[in-house]
Design a protein around this ligand. Structure first.
Ligand code: M7G
Length: 335
């Protein structure tokens, strides 16, 4: 690690510790036992206001239109890292503390705490602060509806929504592309303005275990908002991402035949990017109706028709709290 990267990482630690110290829980937004994750909504109290913020607990202190103090915290139990698996010795379980236990014939099971020096750290904490209403809605448990987006509905409903997205939503993308942040994590870059991109570890991956490797390729050009914009002119870019993702993954020891590349529709961020994961990793983002395999995208454009994504109907699930959902309901009701 370069000295710059080291100091950047220690100042990031300070930022996170400081925010966690000032975090006051307001509501558990959602929980998912599969991914062992909970999402918390709270507020970040002023440093000067000390331990308590009296207005917080009355239930009204969180600005209903957040922007100043609201924070969304994601707490996820970490998978065992390769380092931890390597550190397992025959005696390491002896020190576990057992809480509950059952036994039936040759089968026994229990809950307990494992030796903390072997399994450490055990949680991943992500913070969005200040969180907007959109962030909060995205993480809150929601109703789902299934939408079949024809090309006409795309033009009438989804496209105006995408065009109205404020550039600030993807400021983090521009920060990465201009090397303001995360530059030390970039594992591959093709600087070409038309067919170039950067590849770096996704926020969701802590780079500790290549079995669940999760990288993201973010293109330099800013005119491709989503899958719907892709046509024959983008084949060189798409093929370039497919080819170079192998180089990037190779740095983590993941061979080309273990890669799964896909694009989300609808994505959360309308700046074209491709998810690059280890095929062993299976996450929520891979569900039918959201993940479109890059191989299939290239094949549809190359072998079916160059304007495939302008002509196809695309189905996807929408959460009731999504801006797009309300946009959709409003527009279809107005007809
Ligand atoms: P998406 O398909 O637009 O939405 O993917 P999703 O988040 O619902 O999957 C955007 C991808 O970028 C996701 O996999 C995010 O985890 C990742 N991501 C988001 N942010 C804000 C960052 C960031 O600041 N840094 C990195 N490295 N990845 C990010």
């Amino acid at each position: 690690m370069s000295p710059d990267a080291a100091s950047n990482s220690s100042s990031s630690k300070d930022v996170v510790s400081n925010l966690l110290r000032r975090f006051r829980l307001k509501e558990v937004l959602n929980e998912d036992t599969g991914s062992k994750t909970i999402w918390l909504l709270g507020s970040i109290v002023e440093e000067a206001s000390g331990e308590t913020e009296s207005s917080f607990d009355d239930g009204n202190s969180l600005d209903p239109v957040p922007g100043k103090s609201a924070a969304v915290v994601t707490l996820e139990r970490l998978a065992f890292s390769s380092q931890e698996i390597g550190a397992c010795s025959s005696g390491f379980l002896a020190s576990s503390e057992i809480f509950t236990a059952e036994n039936n014939d040759i089968y026994s099971w229990s809950t307990g705490t494992l030796h903390e020096r072997v399994f450490h750290p055990d949680a991943r904490v992500a913070i969005i602060y200040p969180a907007t209403q959109k962030h909060i809605d995205k993480h809150r448990r929601q109703q789902r509806i299934w939408v079949r987006e024809t090309p006409v509905l795309y033009k009438e409903v989804t496209k105006p929504f995408i065009d109205a997205q404020p550039p600030s939503r993807i400021q983090w993308v521009y920060n990465i592309l201009s090397k303001k942040v995360e530059s030390e994590h970039i594992v591959f870059e093709d600087p070409d303005p038309e067919n170039g991109f950067v590849i770096l570890p996704d926020l969701k991956w802590d780079a500790s275990n290549a079995e669940n490797m999760y990288l993201v390729a973010i293109v330099h050009r800013r005119d491709i908002k989503s899958l719907r914009d892709l046509d024959g002119s983008h084949l060189p870019l798409l093929r370039n991402i497919r080819e170079k993702s192998s180089l990037a993954a190779g740095k983590y020891g993941v061979p080309p035949e273990q890669l799964r590349l896909y694009v989300h529709y609808q994505p959360s961020y309308y700046h074209f990017h491709v998810h690059i994961t280890n095929v062993s990793f299976e996450g929520k983002g891979m569900v039918a109706g959201r993940a479109h395999l890059l191989d299939t995208v290239v094949d549809n454009i190359e072998n079916i028709t160059p304007d495939y994504y302008q002509r196809a109907s695309i189905s996807f699930a929408l959460n009731s709290g999504d801006d797009l959902w309300s946009h959709w309901v409003k527009s279809t009701r107005a007809d």
